[in-house]
Write a new protein. Structure first.
Length: 321
């Protein structure tokens, strides 16, 4: 019988367990809040420092989880090579790009651009890597999604050079995710390692990658509000550490097509927290464009989802923001 409430009795021992629906919503909330935390973190640090801080916090959290669960890290150099590449595609590069992007655009807009991730993934899989054949449904979904991108960023309003660079940085970040997802499925989904071991190794590699850039180009601001320091801690511990556990629970227990759709929930929370806690305005075109993006992504990914219902269970747990 499926669990239908947030807390249900486990079959053995009468223990209380949390249903996947609760993990799903909480995961979307954490990833949605990440854009708020990035914005606050930028009041203290440079973009590359924010990326390093979130990775270092996530690596420390996952290392503690690995020790607590007695999960050994991978030993093969080949595996670490794959994790190093994956860390660049899914962590160090996109985290830095999103942090830079939020220096000149709102957290709301950054969160909505993040919703382009499924669209970017389909473009990479179908047209760049040619791992799938294009179909009418895929093409139609991509067209709707790309129209949504145009609407969500409001191209008719025009942009300054800094805003344009920031939007471009966020879009480049989501394409990094697209390449990263494909790389993870091709090189890590069949490895005989527990997901927590791979996630810990991946985030550790990302920390190592961003460290020299943080030392060389980063800087701390003189004014360091406590709220920003707390936000950086939350970004690392929750957004890049605990989120792994939540995502693993969702992937493990939810239907595959639902587990992969948490990206659709993330922008909702990004808009809410950006407007509520940062006082950012939300123009009509942003939610309308986001809706078009999500509809397009759902259409374009439908065939890919149906063909990979089994493999989605093995998707890498720290693939997201």
């Amino acid at each position: 019988m499926k669990e239908t409430s947030a807390t249900t009795k486990a079959a053995s021992g009468g223990r209380l367990t949390v249903a996947w629906q609760a993990w799903f919503v909480l995961l979307g909330a954490i990833w949605g809040c990440s854009f708020w935390w990035i914005k606050l973190g930028l009041e203290v640090m440079s973009p590359v420092d924010v990326a390093f801080a979130r990775l270092a916090g996530g690596a420390a959290t996952l290392a503690v989880i690995s020790v607590f669960t007695r999960t050994p890290l991978p030993r093969a150099l080949k595996t670490w090579g794959h994790l190093f590449v994956l860390a660049a595609l899914l962590n160090s590069v996109p985290f830095t790009l999103f942090s830079y992007g939020e220096t000149h655009i709102s957290a709301v807009l950054a969160g909505l651009i993040n919703a382009v991730t499924p669209i970017a993934t389909v473009i990479v899989v179908v047209f760049v890597l040619r791992q799938e054949q294009p179909s009418a449904k895929i093409i139609g979904g991509l067209v709707i999604g790309l129209v949504g991108v145009i609407v969500v960023i409001g191209v008719w309003n025009g942009f300054g050079a800094n805003q344009l660079l920031s939007i471009g940085a966020c879009l480049l970040a989501v394409f990094c995710y697209g390449f990263g997802f494909s790389y993870a499925r091709g090189h890590l989904s069949t490895l005989d390692h527990k997901p927590v071991a791979l996630a810990t190794g991946q985030v550790m590699c990302g920390t190592i990658q961003t460290l020299p850039f943080s030392l060389a180009f980063g800087h701390l601001h003189d004014h360091r509000p406590v709220s920003s320091l707390v936000a950086l801690g939350a970004l690392g511990v929750l957004g890049t550490g605990v989120a792994y556990i939540l995502n693993f629970q969702v992937v493990r227990h939810a239907p595959a097509t639902i587990a992969s759709s948490v990206t659709y929930l993330t922008p909702v929370f990004a808009v809410v927290v950006g407007a509520a806690f940062l006082g950012e305005s939300v123009s009509w075109n942003e939610p309308v464009g986001a809706l078009l993006i999500l509809i397009g992504a759902a259409l374009a990914q439908d065939r890919l989802h149906r063909r990979s219902l089994g493999s989605r269970r093995d998707a890498h747990p720290s693939e997201h923001h």
